[in-house]
Design a protein around this ligand. Structure first.
Ligand code: HEC
Length: 152
């Protein structure tokens, strides 16, 4: 995939999601980060986070065919069709919740929670209902990469 196309898709993924510069506490406006050069590295970094934590089960391309997949009691889903299975809309809240984990879910889910592993610098992210949620930067990048690899 060409770099320009990658940037365009990454931009769509993150438009209106990240409150730019909020780590400094200064800006008060939500800003679209369209055309900002850091979008491409975010997706690239997201890919690195994915490779570090996710490929063992979900496979290197997200197809659900990682080396551990066959031994799990629940098959890891193909992560490339989350949008297609959700009426064409990337289910970002669900993805954030699944990856970060939330209290109690660990006991009922095969997939581990990664919230603690993804701590570090954080940014504000707008959830689907408009609420803002402080979110580890690595998780924002990871979800951007996942949205980037969605297929029809
Ligand atoms: C130990 C294996 C394993 C690892 C490692 C793993 N997953 Fe999963 N994942 C699963 C399984 C199994 C499911 C199905 C739901 C369940 O049982 O938890 C799942 C479900 C999901 C879903 C929900 C898909 C949907 O339809 O809503 C997402 C998104 C996801 N994983 C992303 C990730 C990401 C991103 C990582 C790395 C940070 C990761 N997973 C690491 C096993 C794993």
């Amino acid at each position: 995939m060409g770099e320009a196309k990658m940037i365009a898709r990454g931009t769509a993924a993150l438009a209106l999601m990240v409150l730019a510069g909020c780590e400094e506490g200064a800006p008060t406006l939500w800003s679209k980060i369209a055309a900002q050069p850091q979008v491409a590295p975010q997706v690239t970094r997201g890919r690195e986070v994915y490779e570090a934590y996710c490929t063992s089960c979900h496979g290197s391309d997200g197809a659900g065919d990682g080396p551990l997949a066959a031994d799990l009691p629940v098959a890891p889903p193909d992560l490339r069709h989350l949008s297609a299975a959700n009426g064409g809309q990337f289910p970002s809240d669900r993805v954030y919740e699944q990856v970060y984990g939330y209290p109690g879910r660990f006991n009922t889910s095969v997939m581990p929670e990664f919230g603690p592993l993804l701590e570090g610098p954080s940014v504000m992210v707008m959830a689907e209902d408009g609420a803002t949620v402080r979110t580890p930067r690595a998780l924002v990048d990871l979800v951007a990469w996942l949205e980037h690899v969605q297929q029809d």
